[in-house]
Write a new protein. Structure first.
Length: 128
């Protein structure tokens, strides 16, 4: 079975669902319904969103699952948010080392996520 298209193959306009069928009893229901906001996602975006939800939003788990970096995961998440018609959230300000470690201590950040962020923001003494 194929995923229902979210866009018209002729003009790329949004498709509107008008008929639903029950595979058990063959009942057909016709009408006009609001399309799902997820119908406009590409297969890759939908798969990413499914993995994101299954991983309970843990970006470090997604990094390992997909084998890509934290910035790539963030970019993919921003892409999905934009595809859903939402403005991309503003980028968070860079965290200093102490703030990252405090988040780990409070349980708001996993050790893997903290390590990724610490690598993205090297200590000033390390740049000498």
């Amino acid at each position: 079975m194929h995923t229902a298209p979210g866009r018209c193959p002729t003009c790329a306009g949004a498709l509107e669902p008008r008929e639903l069928a029950c595979p058990e009893c063959a009942t057909i229901v016709r009408g006009r319904w609001r399309p799902s906001p997820f119908g406009g996602l590409t297969d890759e975006q939908a798969t990413f969103l499914l993995l994101f939800v299954r991983g309970r939003g843990n970006l470090s788990d997604l990094e390992r699952t997909l084998g890509v970096s934290y910035p790539t995961i963030r970019a993919k998440l921003d892409e999905v948010i934009a595809a859903l018609g939402e403005p991309a959230p503003p980028a968070p300000p860079p965290l200093d080392r102490r703030a990252i470690l405090e988040q780990v201590a409070r349980g708001g950040l996993s050790a893997d996520e903290a390590l990724t962020r610490l690598r993205q923001h090297p200590h000033p003494k390390e740049n000498r």
